[in-house]
Write a protein that binds this ligand. Structure first.
Ligand code: FUB
Length: 344
């Protein structure tokens, strides 16, 4: 829901119509990446904090400093906050803005992947490890070599390969990497975006090395085609990729899902392999209160769940969000039923 609408919202009434409530209310949390480890649900969210940075198109007001891990027995049980798991002051290469993280497990080691701005203000993606899913996590001294932009999502395929999906435009800086090297801000924060009639910028994918600490290949574009097999255009803002990559596999098909950012939808596209190409499938979630929409999709005991966030608890403050969960249904054709976050 666009920010200029929040003056007109009755939040008490809206929260009664919400299909789900915040998983925790003592802190603000966002961008939930949910996984099941050893039969328990672990959620790796951003930890939103109050700050004085004004709202801008680069998301400077998202000034997060650390991560907490949440966990739940089931999607309907109370969530536990396991406390601070990693702080920016403990990451030698990072200066600020600990944005949307993800986590995975391999051979009993838990890996937390996170974006942050480096000492030059360029978003990079780092890794930290722990022997517990709740941390604390010990960061690598440097970011992943050749990493850039934001919103890492790590997917383990059935053959044991791990892939990272990542990227985000506008404040996520993806447009600055169009030529392969970082371009300065230029004529404004949104400089270097494609024209409306050009193909949209793509999320990226890279297979990870066996130790999960590096890219095993040069990142490739995630192409999303329309129903005619043509790549979505930059001007198709209701459908094109903006940020918040996620991958899940359902009945042998690969579902790449993402946020459309400035039009506030969560959408998905279906492919036959982790790299795509993918064909646009539809919307997963209609706009929530707050500017951003970011999610994960997780299977638990044979049912599927959408973890997402909104800004209802903070009464619409864009950078103070709360993570929520609701069931997600694939229909008999494998299409995802669109979810309305608030009942009529
Ligand atoms: O939480 C900061 C940023 O906002 C995330 O990295 C984006 O996906 C958006 O949710």
């Amino acid at each position: 829901m666009p920010e200029d609408a929040i003056d007109h919202i009755n939040f008490e009434e809206l929260n009664q119509r919400a299909i789900s409530q915040p998983l925790v209310k003592h802190i603000y949390t966002a961008d939930p990446s949910a996984h099941v480890f050893n039969g328990r649900i672990y959620i790796y969210p951003s930890h939103d904090i109050e700050n004085d940075t004004p709202f801008d198109d680069l998301g400077s007001h998202f000034a997060m400093e650390d991560y907490h891990v949440l966990s739940m027995d089931t999607p309907s049980s109370a969530a536990i906050d396991h406390g601070p798991a990693l702080h920016v002051k403990d990451v030698p290469w990072a200066s600020k803005q600990m944005w949307a993280p993800d986590a995975t497990e391999k051979n009993g080691v838990y890996y937390l992947f996170f974006p942050a701005k480096d000492l030059e203000g360029i978003f990079r993606i780092g890794v930290a490890t722990s022997d517990s899913p709740t941390g604390p996590f010990i960061p690598q001294p440097l970011p992943i070599p050749e990493s850039f932009s934001i919103d890492p999502a790590v997917f383990k395929d059935d053959d044991g390969s791990y892939y990272m999906y990542f990227g985000g435009i506008w404040g996520g800086q993806l447009q600055r990497w169009r030529t392969g090297s970082f371009k300065a801000e230029g004529e404004g924060p949104l400089a270097h975006l494609p024209e409306t009639g050009e193909p949209a910028l793509s999320a990226k994918i890279a297979r990870l090395t066996d130790d999960l600490l590096s890219f095993d290949e040069t990142p490739k574009d995630i192409i999303i085609n329309d129903e005619h097999g043509h790549p979505l255009l930059a001007g198709d803002t209701d459908r094109r990729f903006f940020e918040a990559s996620w991958m899940h596999k359902y009945k042998g098909k690969y579902y790449f899902s993402y946020s459309t950012g400035d039009t506030h939808f969560l959408c998905y596209a279906i492919g036959d392999n982790p790299y795509g190409p993918f064909t646009y499938g539809g919307r997963i979630l209609e706009p929530v209160v707050g500017w951003t929409s970011h999610h994960s999709i997780c299977e638990f005991e044979g049912r599927w769940y959408l973890f997402y966030h909104d800004s209802s608890l903070s009464k619409g403050i864009t950078h103070l969000r709360s993570v929520k969960v609701t069931e997600l249904i694939h229909d008999e054709n494998g299409l995802i039923q669109t979810i309305q976050p608030y009942k009529p």
